[in-house]
Design a protein around this ligand. Structure first.
Ligand code: ASP
Length: 457
């Protein structure tokens, strides 16, 4: 038994949906499918709610676009006779969406909770169409609204899943072994039954939760690339697909921007030892990348390189921090209060400065809270200054084989040195699987290509 998840790129229009659902029908194993919204729909829904909130009637234009995209795919996928019934079901959802958007326009307010409800229409519309199409092709397909089976807290916008409760609900609901269940990705429900979502691109996570609940043999994530690549192909021309990845490598790579899977995806599958495979709907014969707990035999020290752009660092510096416990705690406390996500931290053993790397859009908020929290230390000159540097990039060099291997950092830094790339900060976790460096954004292309050439070829 397997779970197959198809993202928006595999569901761009009627033609793509048909091709994708053919992959589903060709599958011989008993399986469940998880679908995202059609390509671009979640963004249109967000835009519509933002317009409605600011009283801008342009939201009606987005509504027309959303309607047209779905109706066009219905016209492509169904015969004239079949179309009226399916259009009726879809228009029922679209009318509801219209009413909610009108409500937002009237009150000029759209909370995160309402935002989740608005976004949920994307997956619900798409799965309604897909399940109907599969039925028309002679399959016994049934759409499942994941709000009934994936139970979360009420942290709207990006909720936390109660896995065990969800597993029970999933097993209860997906009982019939000869039904092809078509499950909405990304959306979920709180314990009180309110619509929540798992965060952008959360459908991968939905698939792995379903896989873990049903003890599936494999979870397949179908996307529009051949698998996880050694580096971003737009930047490193000779990057290539990595056939096998350890769970840890995949997690590091996905966290550091190898946008192929949602970073949470592997959490439920690790517990149950379920492999995850990345496949390409546009190139079905490509073998893809398999992520599993099986040991990976590889000669190279470095498996892949990932990067995060638009980051800034905040450097807190002062002689008074030396040997005084609690300064780091105040800094991290201030950032937690500001809800700033810290991506990387470095502190030299001189304890003279602490450097924190975060996304650039969060810097202003971080500084405000830091200055407030450290007011006393700044006044008493324990902290001399808080500097910010923007336009930076984190490069993460990842590989299971780096563990215990000597000379990797030496080679890494000398290759960058020879290419005249200045490194502003370095961090390596004790897992030795990841070395992260901060460089200036202008050096990104050169740095990624230099590292790829040195270690991967
Ligand atoms: N449709 C949602 C998004 O665009 C979730 C997903 O596709 O995974 O973020």
């Amino acid at each position: 038994m397997k779970v197959q998840k198809f993202g928006g790129s595999s569901l761009a229009d009627g033609q793509r949906i048909k091709k994708t659902l053919q992959i589903v029908q060709d599958e011989k194993t008993n399986h469940y499918i998880v679908l995202s919204a059609m390509k671009g729909i979640t963004n249109l829904l967000i835009k519509a709610s933002e317009n409605a909130e600011s009283g801008n009637s342009d939201y009606k234009k987005q509504l027309i676009q959303i309607t047209e995209i779905h109706y066009n795919s219905i016209e492509y996928l169904f015969s004239t006779d079949e179309q009226s019934l399916i259009k009726e079901n879809v228009s029922y959802l679209l009318d509801e969406l219209k009413d909610i958007l009108h409500g937002i326009e009237l009150v000029q307010e759209c909370s995160l909770r309402t935002g989740d409800l608005i976004m949920s229409f994307g997956e619900r519309l798409n799965c309604t169409i897909a399940a109907a199409h599969l039925n028309c092709c002679g399959r016994k397909a049934r759409m499942i609204d994941a709000r009934e089976i994936i139970i979360t807290d009420d942290n709207y916008g990006s909720s936390h899943v109660f896995l065990e409760d969800s597993y029970l609900k999933i097993r209860e609901k997906l009982k019939d072994s000869d039904t092809l269940y078509v499950i909405t990705g990304f959306i979920s429900g709180s314990e009180k039954g309110i619509t929540t979502t798992l965060g952008r691109n959360g459908s991968d996570y939905t698939a792995s939760i379903i896989g873990a609940a049903m003890n599936s043999e494999i979870v397949e994530i179908w996307t529009d690339v051949d698998g996880v690549l050694t580096a971003d192909p737009r930047i490193v021309k000779n990057s290539f697909v990595i056939p096998r990845l350890s769970i840890e490598e995949a997690m590091e790579l996905s966290y550091f921007g190898a946008e192929v899977i949602h970073p949470y995806t592997l959490m439920p599958t690790i517990d149950k030892n379920i492999p995850v495979k990345i496949k390409n709907t546009l190139n079905t014969t490509a073998p893809g990348t398999i992520i599993s707990t099986d040991p990976v035999e590889r000669e190279r020290a470095i498996t892949g390189i990932a990067s995060i752009d638009s980051v800034s660092f905040i450097n807190v510096e002062g002689g008074g921090m030396l040997g005084i416990p609690g300064v780091a705690s105040s800094i991290f406390g201030a950032l937690a209060e500001a809800e700033v996500n810290i991506i990387m931290i470095t502190q030299a053993s001189s304890e003279h400065s602490i450097c924190i790397v975060c996304r650039s859009f969060e810097v202003e908020r971080a500084l405000k809270h830091l200055n407030k929290k450290l007011e006393y230390e700044i006044k008493t000159k324990k902290i001399n200054r808080i500097d910010v540097r923007n336009n930076l990039e984190i490069i993460a060099v990842i590989g299971e084989n780096m563990k215990g291997m000597t000379g990797i950092s030496g080679k890494l830094f000398s290759s960058l040195g020879n290419s005249e790339i200045n490194i502003l900060a370095i961090a390596q976790g004790s897992s030795e699987r990841n070395i992260s460096l901060v460089i200036e954004s202008k050096d990104k292309i050169k740095a990624l290509n230099t590292i790829h050439k040195t270690f991967i070829g």
